[in-house]
Design a protein around this ligand. Structure first.
Ligand code: GH3
Ligand code: MG
Ligand code: MG
Ligand code: MG
Length: 389
């Protein structure tokens, strides 16, 4: 669907109106409601909100077609205080993806923070925040730091270029811009950006199962602990361990063991259904499920479903005394729980430690089950931590 709708708006910046941007750009234009920014949609009406989110999705949903992600229309942000240049660049780049425009750096920063672009073209000389300062601000924002910034400048001197590169510029385009040069340079940056995005994604995915890897999980755990600490919202963690898995490998061989881990990962990753939930391979035959804003009762319910779902796969395991099928044990812990005695601090170490203790208790109680962590009371403390079925 390449057809683009024209969306007139009473809020169009008079400056842009005067320069008849809509008449010049041969596709649909929609304008941000408040100020001198505009968006030009390519075929993808539902833009991802933030790059981080699309990475999250790629990692947390192994079923997601990564090819489709790669084919997603790239997002370009063009900034120049001269609307004439904006028009010209917009026309040159109209075929390359989803275009957004701004006439000032402050508007551009707002647009970029709402939804990270894949490439930015920025005028070096602008009133207010100039292109160099704009680029420097992009580079110190972790969400925008990887976005390539191309400077558009009328100055070809070395000092200017050096200043641009030290601010983090990826490339330069001379004014007046030439279509072939602009398209070639933007294409190059988009190609490099797509490659680095793919590498970043691959670095966060477990090679065997396709779900989030330990590195991704550790990052997410820290982020969610910080968030839970600030908000006081509960944060739950499930530690999931395949029972008697050494025997499975010994009996059926490692390739079969690998297939079994893939089947378990695929079955459990579809169980939580909130976007912020994350299932990861913690290591070996252990998986972790992080459930933000989830109370202990909800987490315990999900843990039980994990146990039942894996057993229902009916993967034959002749070496296991547990109904001769592959089973898992699950430990559950919640930070900021409202359940008396189950609460623990929202620190990664405390949450992992508590979920681990519950897991070991589930193992000791016979495996193939889930247990929740219950913090020791003063009198229990001598007897060690307790866990609840
Ligand atoms: P328990 O019920 O107490 O958890 O016993 P277990 O045998 O599952 O636990 P143990 O820690 O003794 O053994 C874990 C086994 O998991 C050992 C290792 O061979 C296997 N394993 C770990 N990672 C992989 C992997 O990537 N592929 C395969 N096939 N096996 C793995
Ligand atoms: Mg200028
Ligand atoms: Mg283990
Ligand atoms: Mg095990």
């Amino acid at each position: 669907m390449n057809e683009r709708r024209l969306v007139p708006s009473s809020d169009i910046d008079p400056c842009l109106k005067n320069h008849a941007l809509m008449a010049v750009v041969p596709t649909s234009v929609s304008f941000a409601p408040t100020d001198s920014t505009a968006t030009l949609h390519d075929q993808d009406p539902i833009r991802r909100r933030r790059t981080a989110t699309s990475l999250d999705n790629a990692v947390s949903q192994p079923s997601l077609d990564r090819g489709a992600l790669a084919e997603q229309s790239p997002s370009l942000l063009i900034i120049d205080d001269d609307p004439g240049i904006v028009q010209v660049l917009g026309r040159m780049l109209a075929g390359l993806g989803h275009l957004r425009f701004a006439l000032s750096s402050s508007d551009a920063l707002r647009l970029a923070r709402e939804d990270a672009p894949d490439v930015v073209l920025v005028d070096a000389e602008m009133p207010g925040i100039n292109g160099f300062e704009f680029c420097a601000q992009m580079k110190i924002d972790p969400y925008l730091a990887e976005v390539p910034v191309i400077f558009i400048t009328s100055h070809g001197d070395v000092e200017n270029e050096v200043a641009g590169f030290s601010a983090g510029a990826a490339d330069f385009i001379r004014k007046p811009p030439t279509a072939e040069v602009v398209v070639a340079r933007v294409r190059t940056q988009l190609r490099l950006k797509a490659l680095s995005d793919a590498l970043r994604r691959a670095a966060l995915v477990d090679g065997l199962t396709g779900i989030a890897n330990r590195r991704r999980f550790d990052e997410q755990l820290q982020t969610e602990c910080d968030r839970s600490m600030r908000s006081g919202d509960p944060l739950s963690l499930l530690m999931i361990d395949v029972d008697h898995f050494k025997r499975y490998n010994d009996h059926y061989g490692h390739p079969a063991g690998d297939s079994c881990l893939r089947a378990v990962a695929s079955a459990i990753q579809g169980l939580p259904n909130r976007p912020a939930d994350q299932v990861a391979r913690y290591g070996g035959e252990e998986f972790a499920m992080l459930l933000p804003d989830t109370e202990l009762a909800g987490a315990a319910h999900l843990a039980q479903r994990v146990v039942e779902t894996v057993a229902a796969l009916r993967i034959v395991h002749e070496g296991s005394p547990l109904n001769l099928v592959v089973t898992v044990s699950v430990g559950v812990a919640t930070a900021h729980s409202h359940v008396d005695g189950a609460n623990i601090p929202a620190s990664a170490q405390a949450l992992l430690g508590a979920a681990d203790q519950a897991l070991y208790a589930a193992k000791a109680a016979g495996r193939g089950r889930s247990l929740t962590y219950a913090a020791p009371t003063l009198t229990d403390e001598l007897a060690g931590p307790t866990c609840r079925a």
